[in-house]
Design a protein around this ligand. Sequence first.
Ligand SMILES: NC(=O)c1ccc[n+]([C@@H]2O[C@H](COP(=O)([O-])OP(=O)(O)OC[C@H]3O[C@@H](n4cnc5c(N)ncnc54)[C@H](OP(=O)(O)O)[C@@H]3O)[C@@H](O)[C@H]2O)c1
Length: 258
Amino acid sequence: MEHSGLQHPSAIVTGASRGIGKAVAKQLAADGYGVIVNYFRSCDAADATVSEIVSDGGKAVAIQSDIGDPEAPHTLTRAALEHFGPPSVLINNAGITSQGRLDILEASVESWDRVFDTNLKGAFFCAQACANLMIEHRVNPGYIINMNSISSYAVSTNRADYCIAKSGMHMMTKLFATRLAEEHVLVYEVCPGVIESDMTAPVKQKYDTLIDDGLSPIRRWGTGDDVASAVSMLVSGALPFTTGERINIDGGFHIRRL
Ligand SMILES: NC(=O)c1ccc[n+]([C@@H]2O[C@H](COP(=O)([O-])OP(=O)(O)OC[C@H]3O[C@@H](n4cnc5c(N)ncnc54)[C@H](OP(=O)(O)O)[C@@H]3O)[C@@H](O)[C@H]2O)c1
């Protein structure tokens, strides 16, 4: 892997103050990346992510930015350039669930706008900004990984905006994978299943029961570390003739069964 001659290759992880993003940021730091730990509201948690990385011997900087704000991609790429150099990895992880988890017949415009701004628009324009920077700085290879979800294809009628935005992320992955192949930037989506985090905490009991009843062939909750291992493998350079691929980290949930 070439890293522009810098001591630390550079990675941006959006939404890395908590949950899956935090696990991914810590893994990439352990893999030798200088990591931009993006957060929105959880300043203390982002500082804790950075402290844990630094005390493990890694490099990271916390950067506040609402990913749904059109300025966010520029804020994050500027920070990467300033601290670690042009990013060779972008992890589009920041995400929120549907506000109030309302039935599709009650779903609100406010939730739709917030979910789409954060989960899809933010990811799209971060990918665009990072891709342009990777091209400009001849990063080879570059990696863009979109944190998708089983909700991109599995229906939850009380989270329509979330499902539709994640479904759009699947097409977004294919679009960038196609356009960026000739630019030496590989694009993937990781599809976590039911992962233990603040996002799923309010529905823990429901999923405990579903998992016990065989929701996925592997009957346990997934963890941030399960997802982080997949990301680490993808950016290791192990799959150089692969792009646009979906990696399911879901205990086999995606397998249709009789
Ligand atoms: N948990 C699951 O079961 C599961 C399954 C499939 C896919 N996913 C996806 O995985 C990703 C992470 O989910 P998670 O479970 O780790 O969620 P989480 O524990 O709720 O953490 C969400 C992270 O996203 C950040 N974030 C939220 N809004 C943001 C914004 N506007 N700008 C920047 N950062 C923002 C949060 O930062 P602050 O706290 O600083 O605001 C936090 O770091 C999401 O894209 C989610 O859709 C999760």
